[in-house]
Design a protein around this ligand. Structure first.
Ligand code: AP5
Ligand code: ZN
Length: 205
């Protein structure tokens, strides 16, 4: 499958992508993860870090290269974090075809709680939440024993900026896929397993 997960910051795209990759043996293509791994890469616009720490979009030219490289390495995939504006939609259209476009719908207040409470393993990248998905031992990864940290862009003021950037740039992307009739809207609230069942249901029925 070629699956696309759309949704605001904190909607659970990364969480569901991990589950979908396990269930259907797909590769996870995340522009956010790829950019975090190359935060200090020099580009003609500066480093990705400077944009990401401010909650802004990294320039299309930089992200499109990252996306192309990731798609080239993938066969079946779950794409998350791209496209984030209408120019990226056009680029993606030329680069690949999609089987399903899911939109994870989550209330804004819930998004802020999810993001400010998120903790990420510095070693393996596993996601936790201090309240909703806590590790067995505070600050320590269940899987690899690595230290957990808060992403720079999960501080509350940056979270607010990311949500504004989303509304301005990415809501038109959702509208686009709604108009083409491709958008499958999924209730993104409830437990991660509940949300996963809703997505799997849409794929299998
Ligand atoms: P990116 O990494 O893509 O961040 P995002 O879209 O803001 O998404 P998040 O990773 O914050 O949230 P998510 O939906 O994956 O939620 P998660 O599953 O982690 O992008 C970061 C930055 O990179 C951007 O700001 C930009 O600068 C740059 N960038 C990336 N792509 C770009 C592009 N295409 N163009 C330009 N710039 C780009 O869940 C969040 C938390 O909630 C976790 O703690 C999790 O445990 C918890 N949780 C998840 N599901 C549930 C549930 N059902 N119930 C309770 N808790 C839950
Ligand atoms: Zn870990």
């Amino acid at each position: 499958y070629h699956l696309l997960l759309l949704g605001p910051p904190g909607a659970g795209k990364g969480t569901q992508a991990t589950k979908l990759c396990e269930e259907y043996d797909l590769d996870h293509v995340s522009t956010g993860d790829a950019l975090r791994a190359n935060k200090d890469m020099e580009t003609e616009y500066g480093t990705p870090r400077s944009f990401m720490e401010a909650g802004e979009l990294v320039p299309d030219e930089v992200v499109n290269k990252v996306l192309e490289a990731a798609l080239n390495d993938a066969d079946g995939y779950v794409l998350d974090g791209y496209p984030r504006n209408l120019d990226q939609v056009a680029f993606l259209d030329d680069a690949t075809d999609l089987d399903y476009v899911f939109f994870l719908d989550v209330d804004r207040d819930v998004l802020v709680d999810r993001l400010t409470g998120r903790r990420v393993c510095t070693e393996c990248g596993e996601n936790y939440h201090v309240e909703f998905a806590p590790p067995e031992e505070a600050g320590v990864c269940d899987i690899c024993g690595g230290d957990l940290h808060q992403r720079d862009d999960d501080e509350e003021d940056v979270v607010r900026d990311r949500l504004e950037v989303y509304e301005e740039n990415t809501e038109p992307v959702i509208e686009h896929y709604r108009e083409t009739g491709d958008l499958v809207e999924v209730d993104g609230e409830g437990s991660p397993d509940d949300v996963f069942d809703r997505i799997a249901d849409a794929i299998e029925n």
